[in-house]
Write a protein that binds this ligand. Structure first.
Ligand code: NAD
Length: 261
């Protein structure tokens, strides 16, 4: 594990006292991020769809950083007005945000597009539009602050290789990939280019999203491992944070970016 000092020297956005907002922060990869950032002395805002899980996540992060350093904000990222409100509350409570993780996502398979239009739309509203809403709400303020900032959007290998199966999910994550590439280019052209965008592509990770489907397979990633890999990749200034595949059941050829099926 890279030391906090090494990370914070290379990436000032993670400085102690800085503020990170994590959507989908109540579980899995998002919660692992919040705990790791809290351990570095950051203030964290957990944006998730409320309920017991968000309360429990808040307690888990508070145990690391203290009650005053974590703010849970019930938010449905599919609704632009709720994400705008999230930004207002986060800035009111903690001041300038330096790290934004647009990480909330669902994986339910709504089947074919002509079978269940509402479920298709819901999945895209959360997985794709939720990311766009986060960028719309936070990027202008992060740019206006003129300080180092990082935006990490969570995609998926399925958005690149589109394996047969969950077409709606693949489409949503392909959208996140393309959107984030464009965002990264746009941010590089901003004066000073202090805010950058990155695409996190987790390996198969045992989280709330996947645990219902199967027992944790040997070799599956944990959320904590994904976050350590992300931090190391950010230190290398990688745009693609592509977790190497260790899904033995469905190995991916990294060079061809295709599923070996
Ligand atoms: P998870 O289910 O543990 O966490 C996702 C969180 O998003 C949950 O807390 C959930 O309540 C929240 N969420 C769902 N809908 C929301 C909404 N409308 N508004 C706000 N929050 C909402 O799953 P995870 O595996 O940690 O997933 C995190 C991200 O990683 C997702 O975008 C997922 O697609 C992506 N991902 C996961 C894997 C994997 O193998 N687990 C692989 C590739 C990509």
């Amino acid at each position: 594990m890279t030391s906090d000092a090494e990370i914070q020297t290379a990436l000032p956005a993670f400085a102690s006292g800085n503020v990170a907002v994590i959507t989908g922060g109540a579980s899995g990869i998002g919660l692992a991020a919040a705990k790791r950032f809290a351990a570095m002395g950051m203030k964290t805002v957990l944006a998730d769809i409320g309920g017991v899980r968000l309360d429990q996540a808040k307690q888990a992060v508070a145990a690391i950083a203290g009650e005053d350093a974590v703010l849970p904000i019930p938010t449905d990222v599919s609704k632009a007005e709720e994400v705008d409100r999230l930004a207002d509350l986060a800035y009111d409570a903690f001041g300038a945000v330096s790290v934004l993780m647009n990480n909330a996502g669902i994986g339910n398979n709504p089947g074919k597009p002509w079978e269940n239009r509402d479920a298709w739309k819901r999945l895209l509203d959360i997985n794709f539009w939720g990311v766009v809403h986060g960028v719309e709400a936070f990027a202008p303020r992060m740019l206006a602050a003129g300080k180092p900032g990082l935006i990490v959007n969570t995609g998926s290998k399925q958005g690149i290789t589109t394996p047969p199966g969950n077409l709606a999910y693949n489409v949503s994550k392909a959208g996140v990939k393309t959107f984030t590439e464009g965002l990264a280019h746009a941010l590089r052209n901003e004066p000073g280019a202090k805010v950058s965008a990155h695409l996190l592509i987790p390996g198969f990770t045992y989280t709330g999203l996947t645990e219902g489907a199967t027992q944790k397979p040997a070799g599956a990633w944990t959320g904590e491992q994904v976050i350590e890999f992300m931090l190391a990749s950010l230190m290398d200034d990688d745009f693609y944070i592509l977790c190497p595949d260790n899904d033995v059941a469905r190995p991916m050829d990294e060079k061809r970016m295709a599923w070996a099926i």
